[in-house]
Structure formats: C-alpha cells, structure tokens
Design a binder for this molecule. Sequence first.
Ligand SMILES: [Zn+2]
Length: 200
Amino acid sequence: MSGFKTTLIDCQKCGRRIMVRAADAERGSIACSHVGCGAINRLQMPFHYDENIVKGLPGFGLLTYMGNPNTTYSLRFGNNSIGTADSCAVQVDRFVHNGRCFISRRHCTLTVTFDKWTGQLRYQLQDGAPDSLSQMIQYSLNGTLLDGTRLQKTEMIDVCNGGIITLGGLDRFQLTHYSIAPAMLDTYKVELDFNPDRTQ
Ligand SMILES: [Zn+2]
C-alpha cells in the first residue's frame, strides 16, 4: 500500500485512541494497545470500485414473469417503476385472472444502484411508485411480496439474485442480477488511503 498515512481511530471496545500503521491496514485488523483492553479492531478494506464502471455495462438485470407467457423485462440503472402504465420504466402486461388484473398501474419500484465497496449492483424493492406528475409515492392496491413476505409501506428491501417478487398476490416475477465480471472490476479498483470512518 503506497501513500498510507498513519491514522488514529477510536477503539471499538474501550473508546481510547489507537494508532493505525500501514502494516495494520494491510492486515485488516489492529489490537488495541491500551492496558486491560487488547480488543481486536477490524479495519475496512482500503479500496473501492469506481462507479463509472456502470457506464460500460451491457445490462442491469432482468425480471422474468413466472407464468405463461414467460416474458422477460430489462431493468435500467436507477429507479425502475413497475406496473401496467406506459409511464413505467418496466411496463408489464395486464395479466388477467378471472377477468381481473391485480397489478396496479404504478405498482412498485425496483432501484438498481452500484455498491462501490462490493463492486456489484444492488437491487432494492419498495411497494408503490412516485406518481409521474406529483412525484408523491402511490402504493399499490393489492400489495407487493418479496419471497412470500409482504412489504410494509415505506419499507425498502434488498432483493437477492433469484428473488421472487409477487405483484397483487398472483403474478410472480424472478429477478436475475447482472453480475460484473471480476476481470472488468479489477480495472476499476481505486486504492484508498485508510479511511477510519469505514472501520467496523
Ligand atoms: Zn481498547
């Protein structure tokens, strides 16, 4: 690690200051030097990934309808409003069950962001979507479930690869993450000076 400056952190156990040197940052941990403590303080990895990597990605994941027909919808970076309205980023078909469609015009929102610490895309789901005019969140009529559990209003939950999103209680969609290849990630790695705010 070049350019490392000696830094002081607060011990996570006793709260007293400890000096972190380059060797500690490389090892990823430091033992508290204060008498009677000795707690092992873990240090965050001293690099992240440049989020400009997302500009070169060919896709941002897919939602696949788990019914007939087996339609696939592409996601974009940022907010994906999902519903039957043509103003939605992901406009799904009006799937009809006994003459009724249970998906709202603007039903839920799947947000795709880049996690610079893991170097992968992050997918977060919430019920409802901002109204296209007022920008006020409007909740779905029949609810949104993630892996069988109903989302509370205002709740925002991470969706793992293969996670099942159910709209209106009947229509199921499976999320496929877009996975960034390790070789590409390596070229976007940014070495950092050790940042004490990232200790855990
Ligand atoms: Zn200590």
